[in-house]
Design a protein around this ligand. Sequence first.
Ligand code: PXP
Length: 243
Amino acid sequence: MSTSVKLHVNVDHVATVRQARREAFPDPVAWALRAEAAGAEGITCHLRMDRRHIQDEDVRQLRARIGTRLNLELSLNPEIVAIAVESGAQAFCLVPESRAEVTTEGGLDARKESQRLAEVVPALIERGGEVSLFIDPEEDQVRASADSGAQFIELHTGRYALAQGIDREAELARLVRATELATSLGLQVNAGHGLDYSNVQPIALLPGVVELNIGYAIVAESLFCGVDEAVARMARLIQQAGS
Ligand code: PXP
């Protein structure tokens, strides 16, 4: 058995290393091209309000030069939404964002944000992009996402990734329930956050999951074995999940 789940590689932390010195290298675009050659079926980046890693020019260059699809993660901040609308990215993932966090900590509150989503989701879809909402695997969030008009959700796998033993089983069960509900409501399902070489396979087997977004683990592993091996190994694990 093999899965057809797509691996999208997040290149934010290649830019994190570059920004540590404000140098021109390592170039996340060049790294993304290598990731594609090694099996990435899409490239993801997050243009944060504080520009701590990805810069506006990175988004333009990724869009112009990669051969697969660009998935742009963004908050509901109007400046960033305006950039996204003009970016030409093929997919957008709306995420919550706080300046104090080290990484995206929880899912978007799709219910509380319903008014802003009612403006932003159609504006992005109008530009030809697929829109997903990055949410926690909770029933009310899945239902609110379906109401927003987004075609996709991306389930936050961070709690699953951190949990151990029976707690992890419980988190996996929550993800399965959320996936089934989303599918029954006509949503397509992606997943990501905190996924690595040891925990990815059960997520690749979620019923109906389309795409996994993975960044940190692959970039970190590439420091030891290179981008080609780091991406290819993750792609293989996803493809061979369940076999
Ligand atoms: N999906 C979303 C929406 C994210 O914000 C992130 C982190 O940037 C990821 C996936 C990837 O998470 P990680 O870097 O832990 O693989």
